[in-house]
Design a protein. Sequence first.
Length: 226
Amino acid sequence: MNAVSAVFYFLSQHPFLALPLYPLTALAIGALLAWWTGGKGWYFLGVPGMMLAAMSPFFGSAVNAIFLNAAGTTGSAVIVHAEETSSTLNDSPIWYYEAVVRTADGRDVETSFDTMSASIYPWRNQILIPPQGERFVVKYVPGFPRNIAIMVDQSPYGRKRRIGEDREPVETAAAKLAAAPDNVRFRDAYRDALTAFIAAHGTDADPALLAEYRARLAVLGNAPAQ
């Protein structure tokens, strides 16, 4: 498993250096199968190899994160240095990060990654890097702890972000009801949004916010239907 993790680390950290490896590996496997079976068609494995090479800069880190989530051990890490590079991604600067990983057995291991190579789990269409200096949850293979997956939903910054996102439907529903207080559909939607938020975040949201939302829900529950 350590060797597999090292390979995934290389593929995710150096996707452009790894580009030739996909078609060459596919062709080598095809040649071996062609020699073994006598069928020339195996050489066409080079085609999916080239397709994998084209996709690897975009999905290599996501595949690495999936692997580490399935096979890894839980630890934690802190970003100790963040530096803006001269490269860009979608007109935004790519950042380089250095971090210290604390393994489950108490070792401290240095690692690094950038915006493009960060392995984040679960994968979303967002690059959610933890704030510098804040400890976050990671997964790694013990024999190769430099290769980490950032576990967003298990980390404080990810939970705060999710709570903020889940508040948006509640506040939108509240605004609609404030604009039309006699609208039964808006009242029901607001009640549903409050109920869903409290059910989802009853243990991790700010107690003051939960108390406020429960009070709002109580008012709605006592209000007569229009």
